[in-house]
Design a protein around this ligand. Structure first.
Ligand code: ADP
Ligand code: MG
Length: 696
């Protein structure tokens, strides 16, 4: 293993320093090990040869056998292309190359037989394949059975590196695996009947049949998840073993009087259960690190507040940190209003807090007379010192990284309990992995009386009707969000759309006030515009996704999302959570053009068919894979899965977790000699993360 890792890819035959540099940059492949663990993303059946006459539009990639009839070059300079006419006796197809024209023309000969491979497309009744793979019929012998298709980048393709090139390199690297040793303990390999490591690597790159491939995949998925689980479990075992925390034994004046005098409504069953879980943690004597998940509007703030009161009852201070200024001030207003009758000192600290107020906050924090501090990142600055900080709440976790959490822990000699709240629903398998260092509580119930948001898919052609419906809501005194995408690659174009949209809305609804906000504005301008909407001095808010997180305007009942196809499902769900917060029936209208891909329509139909954030998240994860999920990389147990898929491999995740648990029960530090290789391998795999696991 270590040897493969230390073998630089530039020494592999046919690669050399320039390509090695490119591989490193484009795919993160630096060693033989990296190359061998760069697995095909899918496979195509190379045992079947198709006839040109049988081609149809549904086929992914096909294999054809025949001869070139002619070559011709069209166009000039950068625009030139090479077209080869290829026939198999049942029909003809055009093969098109835009790059490396000369080399290709020289390499292939009219009249000889070739096997080619690629994705056929039909245009004006003619079939063509762009950049097919071409093999002579003699060399193809070695490539029967299933053939892997390797993930590549456009840059690599432009430099002449194809899936086939990668395949050849992998074959060379496989030769070096002869004496490879398996870090997985023998007892586990036997128990699960795992395919041996070397065999699995050979098979994953050269499967003869599907059954064999599945066994290899299982073994490689398992090892990946097993190492990951071992790392997480070791970390969380050490944490709970070592970190002594405040023991909040009592419930006292603050909690009790709030509960009896100020609680504006009955808690939901889920809120009660979660508070119990948190109380148990805070009373255990160990430091709590808990993730509180709850869909938008499920009432996380109230839970956080009640727990803060327990902290106050035990003689400590509490702090709530939110990702934006608007959110922090909304929390501040809600909370200070709620606790006003019981005499608790709450203050707001953000980047725009004036010096005088700031000085007051600092001194009250230090002498202990400030009970609850609410704020943005400003609260973690070094000059913010607490008298005795016992409990920290972090809202909307995905905006904060572990490093920032750690800075809060360090604000006290005894580390405060930490509650992280997120409205991004995370499927269980993912939570178990990404947030393996946190215990998880879930609020899975909305307060009673909420009417689910009605979500509709509408097309540009129906804009008039949509605006009429908006007009009816406005007439009833309701407010409306109109959201535009603002995606980095397309910033200029998007901003123009947003501006045009803003003008259109002002023209359409001249008697209503329209606020306007996007992420490129100065923060003060942004806050001002948001404030107009939040205080109902504006009826319509035209915005980009800056409103995604947390804003609470219960009177807003309608949201229109423009170019909805460009948003991810989880993001749409977050956005939709801005409406349906009051007693009125709310609507979320997803606008797209009429012609959208089937897949896009299916995706959007998930939104129209459910309001359950977990269902949406599962679907999102299945469609996009977990790599894209916001927060994954920031979670502190950053990882890069090559083959396992947290959405579809839930059972293997569980199995890996069980095996890791069993092993650590027997040998928590993997100190026994038979685990030396495993220990070593783990430290190689997770060397970047060692820092994090030591932080607490
Ligand atoms: P989120 O979980 O999205 O942060 P909030 O804490 O902002 O949700 O709560 C959403 C709304 O629901 C708030 O207006 C809050 O006052 C209200 N709420 C919270 N808990 C309850 C409850 N048990 N019954 C009724 N309304 C509640
Ligand atoms: Mg909230």
């Amino acid at each position: 293993m270590n040897r493969l890792r230390s073998l630089d890819i530039k020494f592999l035959k046919g690669i050399g320093p320039a390509r090695a540099e490119l591989l490193k940059k484009q795919l993160g492949i630096a060693s033989y090990y990296d190359l061998l663990y760069h697995f095909p993303s899918h496979y195509v059946d190379r045992s079947q040869i198709y006839h040109i006459r049988d081609l149809n539009g549904e086929m992914p990639a096909v294999q054809l056998k025949g001869r070139f009839v002619s070559f011709s070059v069209h166009g000039e300079g950068a625009k030139s292309r090479l077209v080869g006419l290829f026939s198999d006796g049942t029909g003809a197809i055009e093969l098109v190359w835009f790059r490396r024209i000369k080399q290709i023309k020289d390499a292939y000969h009219i009249g000889s037989e070739y096997v080619l491979f690629g994705r056929p497309a039909e245009f004006n009744g003619r079939w063509s394949i762009v950049h097919p793979e071409v093999d002579t019929t003699t060399s193809v012998g070695a490539m029967q059975g299933l053939r892997g298709v390797y993930p590549l980048t456009e840059t690599l393709r432009n430099r002449g590196v194809s899936s086939r090139t990668l395949f050849m390199w992998v074959q060379t690297a496989l030769v070096a695996t002869q004496h490879i040793k398996d870090p997985i303990p023998e007892e586990i390999a036997i128990r699960l009947n795992l395919m041996p490591l070397r065999e699995a690597l050979i098979v994953i790159h050269n499967p003869q049949n599907n059954e064999q491939l599945q066994r290899a995949r299982f073994r490689l998925k398992f090892e990946e998840l097993f190492y990951l689980q071992l790392n997480i479990q070791q970390y969380s075992r050490r944490r709970s073993a070592q970190i002594i925390g405040f023991r909040f034994a009592r419930i006292g004046h603050f909690f009790n009087s709030f509960y009896s005098q100020c609680l504006p409504f009955e808690l939901t069953g889920a809120q009660k259960r979660v508070i119990k879980e948190i109380r148990a943690d805070m009373g255990s004597g160990c430091q709590m690190n808990r993730l509180l998940q709850g869909d938008v509007g499920s009432g996380k703030t109230l839970v956080a507040l009640l727990c803060m009161l327990i902290a106050l009852d035990n003689g400590t201070q509490a702090c709530l940190m939110a990702p934006t200024e608007i959110l922090a001030s909304q929390h501040f207003e809600t909370i200070s209003k709620l606790v006003a009758p019981i005499g608790i000192n709450v203050k707001l600290l953000t980047g725009s807090t004036r010096k005088k107020e700031r000085d007051l906050i600092h001194s009250q924090l230090e002498d202990g007379s400030l009970h609850i501090l609410i704020g943005t990142h400003a609260v973690i600055e070094d000059n913010v010192q607490f008298h005795n900080l016992g409990f920290v709440v972090i809202d909307e976790q995905h905006r904060f990284g572990v490093a920032q959490r750690a800075r809060l822990w360090k604000k006290n000699i005894t580390p405060p309990h930490v509650l992280v709240m997120t409205a991004t629903p995370i499927p269980r398998t993912l939570a178990m992995t990404v947030y393996g260092d946190l215990d998880v509580s879930v609020i899975d119930e909305l307060p009673p009386g909420r009417k689910p948001v009605e979500t509709l898919l509408r097309y540009d052609e129906q804009r008039l009707q949509v605006y009429q419906a908006v007009g009816r809501q406005l007439k009833q005194g309701r407010q409306v969000y109109i959201v535009y995408p603002l995606i980095q690659e397309n910033e200029k174009l998007d901003l123009r759309c947003l501006e045009e949209g803003y003008e259109l809305i002002r023209e359409t609804f001249p008697m209503y006030r329209v606020a306007y906000v996007h992420g490129k504005m100065k923060p003060s301008e942004k806050d001002y515009q948001m404030m107009l909407f939040a205080t109902h001095q504006a009826d319509i808010l035209v915005a980009t996704t800056v409103i995604e997180v947390g804003v609470n305007v219960p009177n807003a009942t309608t949201m229109i999302i423009e170019n909805a196809e460009r948003f991810g499902l989880s993001q749409l769900h977050q956005l939709r959570g801005r409406v349906g917060r009051g007693d009125g029936q709310s609507y979320c209208i997803l606008m797209t053009k009429y012609k959208i891909a089937k897949e896009t329509r299916q995706r959007l139909e998930i939104m129209t068919s459910t309001t359950d954030g977990f269902v949406v998240a599962e679907a999102d994860l299945k469609m996009r894979g977990p790599g894209d999920l916001e927060g994954t990389m920031q979670s502190g147990i950053a990882f890069d899965l090559h083959i396992a898929n947290l959405a579809s491999d839930g059972q293997i995740v569980q199995l890996a977790r069980d095996m890791a648990d069993d092993l650590l029960d027997k040998d928590p530090e993997l100190a026994q000699p038979q685990y030396a290789m495993l220990r070593n391998h783990l430290s190689q795999l997770f060397d970047k993360k060692v820092d994090w696991s030591r932080i607490s």
